[in-house]
Design a protein around this ligand. Structure first.
Ligand code: TMP
Length: 207
């Protein structure tokens, strides 16, 4: 696949979705073919899965992870894969790192099992860059009223998720760009545009 696959990760209330929207507009205005999408829920099947995982009251952590994986496999087959084949820039709001952070570090599922399942679900597709919006959970959660199952988890859960994300970033510094998500919307957008401009002007780094 030859497009650019870029993912956006981070806790609740970090402002990822707004940034993805602004970047999509900017890339489009500059003549770049771009697709923006999100997980869970980037496909028709995924919309149903999103309802289930975020609003069903009880579910085992294993079942939860397998539902996210089903969403991801369908998303890759129907949206991400075709867009990359068409040489587009794909901006994806959450991907496998969300599962590693939330279901792995947050819920305590075995990371190796998560990765083994993921190998079947997403083959060797890997983002070229992952922008991690890092933010203290207290700040992010204060922006929400706790309207879904994960947002209602206790604060310690969200601290484990944040620490997990930072560990993932440390393990793959060439892929992750860690952003301080307490910055203003404008500051974050400037940093993201600089990063994208650099990626687009050095296509070799996309290898
Ligand atoms: P969103 O509101 O940013 O779209 O995220 C939906 C929620 O789903 C968020 O609380 C994180 C959670 N999530 C996981 O726990 N595991 C995953 O693999 C994904 C994609 C999302």
């Amino acid at each position: 696949m030859s497009g650019l696959f870029l993912t956006f990760e981070g806790p609740e209330g970090a402002g990822k979705s707004t940034q993805v929207k602004l970047l999509t507009e900017w890339l489009g205005q500059n003549g770049h073919p771009v697709t923006s999408t999100r997980e869970p829920g980037g496909t028709e099947l995924g919309q149903g899965i999103r309802q289930l995982v975020l609003h069903q009251s009880h579910m085992s952590p294993e079942a939860e992870y397998l539902l996210y994986s089903a969403d991801r496999a369908e998303h890759l087959a129907k949206v991400i894969g075709p867009a990359l084949q068409a040489d587009k820039i794909v901006l994806c709001d959450r991907w496998l790192d969300s599962s590693l952070a939330y279901q792995g570090y947050g819920r305590g599922l075995d990371l190796q099992w998560l990765k083994d399942v993921a190998r079947g679900a997403v083959q060797d597709v890997r983002p070229l860059r992952t922008f991690l919006f890092d933010l203290p959970p207290e700040v992010g959660l204060a922006r929400f009223a706790g309207h879904d199952r994960l947002e209602r988890e206790p604060l310690e859960f969200h601290h484990r998720v944040r620490a997990g994300y930072l560990e993932l970033a440390k393990a793959e510094p060439e892929r992750f760009v860690v952003l301080d998500a307490t910055q203003t919307l404008e500051e974050l957008q400037v940093t993201l545009r600089e990063n994208l401009a650099s990626l687009l002007s050095h296509p070799d780094s996309a290898a």
